[in-house]
Ligand binder design. Structure first.
Ligand SMILES: Nc1ncnc2c1ncn2[C@@H]1O[C@H](COP(=O)(O)OP(=O)(O)OP(=O)(O)O)[C@@H](O)[C@H]1O
Length: 769
């Protein structure tokens, strides 16, 4: 092996020398291309002939503009491309590859040596690959097989043959640190080393150690809906990010990063994963949260509750007399039967019941709701509601034009013209000259001038009205949504069972809406109703939607997402044991997703191995949940989790800060004190600061994930991980309810190397020691 290592090192040296030369060439190219771009941008208008005198000249101008823009686009593109290559080469210079396989294709006499790295590299003659990109078809052999018969898929068919060697390298700074011959699961030694490292506040890429079952997720191209059910720390998020990188490579030229959307659990999570794709030489996909999407779609029409406020209520609002009704409401409004009710209701609105808002101007009604209603229901009923609304809005726009003409004669117009100050007047004059091509002579005519100013003034004032008509603001969606909770006539055929708490649900929903506020659980149904009426605002550009922490989405939300991204393939990643929202509590499988697409379009992958935490931590946390014995810990040793009682709040704080200091002394960087709620986190942060600890309080608005000590509410720790975790207070009082099991489990599974669980009074029954 020693000789082998020398031979391999010589190859590394050759390849690195080649990379260095490439870097030099690329540096020059990047500089030249940037120069080109700067020059074209600077001289853009010099090379364009601008002339709008007649239509022929104008067309020529447009063509010349287009041509110049194309040249610029092409240069920018090639500059970006060269820069991207340069970045990849710089990474390869340090560590050109991490794996090698020798593969003899059936019918061939010699095995080909395939070296895998984070990007590909051709030799000087551009004929042979010195390094294959980890996403190339042949590279999948490395992740899927041990030496022996093996095959891989290419876009033109399956290639069969025999793998005669599989080797893993650790190369740093151009030197081979270690190399191993390996079996199917990629080097436990390397994985041990990687997983044993301390966190650096950013999620890491895992390309050198992707496991076989993770590879099936990454490379899946067939499924319309890919469901990944994986234990805590099993690499769901990691697999999702590598999958995005894979898709960008596999479909390069057809798929751009902004055609992939990732729905994350909270804004901080976005910052946590933000470096993975750029590290792999790809641009980041679009990242959003469901809440952010809702806010974007609902605009500022409501004070929208966020999911974390809802969560705080379900965790701490037990004393509220409406608590039971609210929880029942959350469940009911998140499920498919309610969605069906809304669909039937929307359909019935095609016959009667649409609530219109009158168009008002200066205190009087221009178009009344009765008029709108009459016109709407006079339209051909075989047309869809959306089409009829379109016709109605067209009529309304015409009507506004006619009404605008009448408006010009009114006295307020004359008064406003008289009150115009000089600047306004000059501005209006210039505007009119520009728009209508008036000359100063024609503007001399006083009557005409007044008329023009009046028309301009009215037009300005009506602009808002017209735009609100175009946006269908004349539909009173909240009122219609509210009507669902007033007269449940649409359930009369008894298809859907209403919950026992229905009367209370109606009361609390109406009261909230009346205040111009919206509960989180009402947002999706209300939007759904709105879009059923107005037509769906679909996004057909997006080709892949990733939903992380999918167990936190309701069936209703999934249906909605499917509708707004009709062309996209969905990758849904979740762990039912971490389902922390009230609507998800009864859910025991992702079975509800089956209704989303057909069976044949759905594939499920189960990830049972957990990589994040040491074996003692995984064994400890697995005992908290049903079916926990099925979770396979990766065999990494560490301290047993500590469960310790404190006699008072003061002692609790002392103990927690003791743990934190100890961990810091050991060199651990990312430390978390996990509390149940935001209120507990705030109090804990205050008390810890009093002991001289420097801690950062994470709140729902926090957008950056940083190293150091954080104090964080349990539900915001979703998806992220820390070197060491202290559970602030795992007492019976804090985590006493069965419904908090998954939340508690989520909190404990955030720990990579160390877990300390403190409590006062009685210990939570959720731990079985
Ligand atoms: N194949 C792998 N090689 C190296 N590290 C891995 C691998 N798979 C997962 N990991 C590591 O395990 C940890 C957990 O991964 P990740 O966060 O993707 O899991 P998850 O299933 O999304 O977890 P959770 O549901 O608990 O949030 C991360 O530190 C990740 O880097």
């Amino acid at each position: 092996m020693q000789d082998e290592q020398q031979i391999e090192q010589q190859r590394v040296d050759r390849v690195t020398a080649h990379i260095k030369r490439k870097i030099e060439t690329l540096q020059e190219q990047v500089g030249d291309k940037r120069g080109d771009v700067v020059e074209i941008r600077r001289d853009f208008w010099d090379d364009v002939t601008v002339n709008f005198e007649d239509s022929a000249e104008a067309a020529e101008t447009a063509a010349s503009l287009k041509q110049q823009a194309e040249v610029l686009f092409e240069r920018e593109h090639s500059h970006r491309h060269a820069r991207k290559q340069l970045l990849t080469m710089r990474k390869l210079e340090q560590s050109p590859y991490f794996g090698r396989i020798d593969f003899k294709e059936n019918g061939e006499t010699q095995a080909e040596q395939v070296y895998l790295g984070i990007g590909s590299l051709l030799d000087e003659n551009e004929e042979q690959y010195l390094i294959y990109d980890w996403r190339a078809p042949v590279s999948s052999l490395y992740y899927d097989y041990s030496p022996g018969p093996a095959q891989y898929k290419t876009p033109v068919g399956t290639i069969e043959g025999e793998m005669t060697l599989k080797r893993q390298f650790v190369i740093r700074g151009g030197r081979i640190r270690s190399m191993f011959e390996i079996g199917v699961t990629i080097g436990d030694e390397v994985l041990q080393e990687v997983l044993g490292r301390h966190s650096d506040a950013q999620m890491k890429g895992i390309v050198a150690t992707i496991q076989q079952e993770q590879n099936t997720i990454i490379r899946n191209e067939r499924a319309r809906l890919l469901v990944v059910q994986g234990a805590a720390g099993s690499g769901k998020t990691s697999a999702a990010l590598q999958r995005a990188a894979y898709l960008l490579y596999r479909y390069r030229g057809q798929l751009a990063a902004d055609q992939i959307v990732l729905f994350s659990p909270n804004p901080m999570f976005n910052s946590y994963v933000a470096t993975v794709l750029p590290e792999l030489g790809e641009e980041n996909m679009q990242q959003t949260t469901y809440q952010h999407y809702l806010e974007h779609r609902l605009g500022r029409s409501f004070e929208l509750e966020d999911p974390f406020t809802q969560m705080e209520y379900t965790l701490s609002g037990m004393a509220d007399s409406q608590y039971e009704a609210r929880v029942a409401a959350i469940r009911f409004k998140s499920d498919v039967p309610f969605m069906r009710i809304i669909e039937r209701y929307a359909k019935s609105l095609g016959e009667a019941g649409i609530k219109f808002r009158p168009i008002r101007f200066r205190g009087s009604v221009l178009i009344s709701s009765e008029e709108m209603s009459r016109r709407f229901y006079e339209l051909d009923r075989t047309l869809s509601i959306a089409n009829r609304l379109k016709l109605l809005s067209e009529w309304m726009l015409k009507e506004l034009t006619a009404l605008g003409k009448l408006e010009r004669k009114k006295s307020w117009v004359e008064e406003e013209i008289e009150l115009m100050d000089k600047e306004q007047y000059i501005h209006a004059y210039n505007e009119l000259m520009r728009k209508k091509g008036f000359t100063s002579e024609s503007f001399d005519d006083f009557e005409r001038e007044k008329e023009m100013l009046a028309s301009m003034l009215v037009q300005q004032k009506f602009k808002k009205l017209r735009s609100s008509v175009k946006r269908y603001r004349f539909l009173d969606i909240p009122k219609m949504y509210r009507a669902l909770f007033e007269k449940p006539h649409w359930t009369a055929d008894g298809q859907e069972q209403l919950p026992a708490e229905w009367a209370d649900i109606c009361t609390i929903t109406s009261a909230k809406l009346e205040n111009g506020e919206l509960y989180y659980e009402d947002a999706t149904p209300l939007l759904y109703l709105k879009e059923l009426l107005e037509g769906f605002h679909t996004n057909t550009q997006v080709q892949h939607v990733f939903i992380d922490e999918a167990q936190d989405y309701s069936a209703f939300q999934f249906h909605y997402l499917k509708r707004i991204f009709p062309r996209a393939k969905m990758t849904v990643l979740g762990d039912l044991n971490q389902a922390i929202f009230a609507h998800a509590e009864p859910m025991d499988s992702f079975a509800m997703l089956k209704g989303l697409y057909g069976y044949e379009e759905m594939e499920t992958v189960v990830l049972a191995r957990s990589y994040r935490s040491t074996r003692p931590i995984v064994e400890f946390t697995s005992r908290m949940i049903p079916g926990g014995s099925r979770i396979i810990p990766f065999n990494r040793d560490g301290e047993q989790p500590l469960v310790a009682q404190a006699c008072s709040a003061e002692e609790l704080v002392r103990k927690v800060s003791g743990s934190l200091r100890g961990w810091k002394a050991q060199g651990l960087n990312a430390l978390a004190v996990i509390c149940k709620t935001a209120a507990e986190a705030k109090a804990a942060a205050g008390m810890l600061r009093e002991t001289g600890m420097e801690v950062r309080l994470v709140e729902k608005e926090t957008v950056t994930f940083e190293q150091g000590i954080v104090v964080i509410p349990s539900y915001l720790a979703k998806g992220v991980e820390f070197d060491a975790v202290a559970i602030f207070n795992a007492s019976q009082e804090v985590y006493g309810r069965e419904s908090e099991r998954k939340l508690f489990y989520t909190a404990c599974t955030r720990a990579m190397h160390e877990l300390h669980v403190y409590y006062t009074g009685e210990l939570t029954p959720l731990i079985s020691v």
